[in-house]
Design a protein around this ligand. Structure first.
Ligand SMILES: Cc1cc2nc3c(=O)[nH]c(=O)nc-3n(C[C@H](O)[C@H](O)[C@H](O)COP(=O)(O)OP(=O)(O)OC[C@H]3O[C@@H](n4cnc5c(N)ncnc54)[C@H](O)[C@@H]3O)c2cc1C
Ligand code: FES
Length: 277
């Protein structure tokens, strides 16, 4: 994607809207310009700045498989001005998209390793964008373990995918909720309580995590206690962003810009930050 003007939003049509939970929707976006669409590509872990005209612009991680070429997904929780305006949109409406922005998850670098993925709540979408290409290239990886936690059964995103993952023989998938309900027969407890149910060899495993900051903190603590090397713990960081291209300084943590040096960091890199995460 070199040579692209990353300051210039491109028009994209919302071709599909999928209701995930009471406050979260997945938007499938397709660039209006045929040539732009053909040349567009992204890597798992990158993000886009989406402008909702009249409301503003906000960053969202890619939520779909980068091998899917015609369109891509973002999964958005309505929390404020831009996200609520996006939730008001209908299929066929048009938004602006700048990107792809930021760095990406290591992929080829972890060929041959066992993979442990730990997602929490709305942190699953960027991980889905990593899990799906890993499943496309399944033979390149050792074991793939996916742990997912949400507040309640209804708060789980991609329920249709979770069912499929649960049935696959070539991955190990466990899910949990903080608080169950009358429909829930599965595990109850925060996502780190699933660590007791798995056995991994930390020396040959790379862990990827994404979720609310408090979850990430406890996941990292748990992984370190299991014996993971800080270099083998990969997470994404969220910071308040404006430009998304390393110019405005809004997303700075010490000497790093989350928008260009991140949003993907290893825990080893995070340890060098003096500011609390
Ligand atoms: C790299 C990156 C990837 C992201 N990916 C996703 C995604 O895939 N899906 C998704 O739903 N959201 C994602 N976010 C968060 C999303 O950008 C914010 O929810 C959005 O900017 C809020 O904009 P708003 O105008 O709706 O809210 P505002 O009106 O600006 O704020 C509403 C409330 O949300 C709080 N808020 C705003 N931004 C953030 C933030 N970044 N983190 C925590 N609280 C915030 C504000 O303090 C305020 O309380 C991502 C953020 C980053 C930096
Ligand atoms: S958002 Fe402007 S420098 Fe990162």
């Amino acid at each position: 994607m070199s040579g692209r003007n990353l300051y210039m939003p491109q028009l994209a049509t919302i071709v599909r809207i999928t209701e995930e939970t009471h406050d979260t929707k997945t938007f499938t976006l397709r660039f209006v310009d045929d040539e732009y669409r053909r040349q567009f590509s992204f890597r798992s872990g990158q993000f886009v700045e989406v402008s909702v005209f009249g409301a503003g612009e906000a960053p969202f991680g890619f939520a779909s498989n980068p091998n899917r070429k015609e369109d891509f997904d973002i999964t958005v929780r309505a929390v404020g001005r831009v996200t609520r305006a996006l939730h008001q949109k209908r299929e066929g409406d048009v938004v602006g998209v700048r990107g792809p922005l930021g760095n990406h998850f290591p992929f080829e670098e972890v060929f041959g390793y066992d993979i442990l993925i730990v997602g929490g709540g709305i942190g699953l979408p960027p991980l889905r964008s990593l899990i799906e290409p890993m499943l496309d290239a399944r033979e390149r990886f050792g074991r793939i373990l996916i742990l997912y936690g949400a507040r309640t059964p209804a708060d789980r995103v991609y329920k249709y995918l979770l069912d499929q993952w649960g049935k696959r023989q070539d991955i190990e998938f466990l899910q949990t909720v903080d608080v169950g309900d009358e429909t829930w027969t599965g595990h109850v407890g925060v996502v780190t309580t699933l660590f007791d149910k798995i056995q991994v060899d930390p020396a040959r495993t790379v862990a990827f995590t994404c979720g609310p900051p408090i979850m990430i903190k406890f996941v990292i603590q748990g992984l370190l206690a299991m014996g993971f090397d800080p270099d083998h713990i990969i997470s994404t960081l969220e910071r308040y962003m404006k430009c998304g291209v390393g110019k405005c300084g809004h997303c700075a943590i010490n000497h790093k810009y989350v928008c260009t040096d991140g949003p993907v960091f290893s825990f080893k890199q995070m340890q060098a930050f003096t500011e609390p995460l």
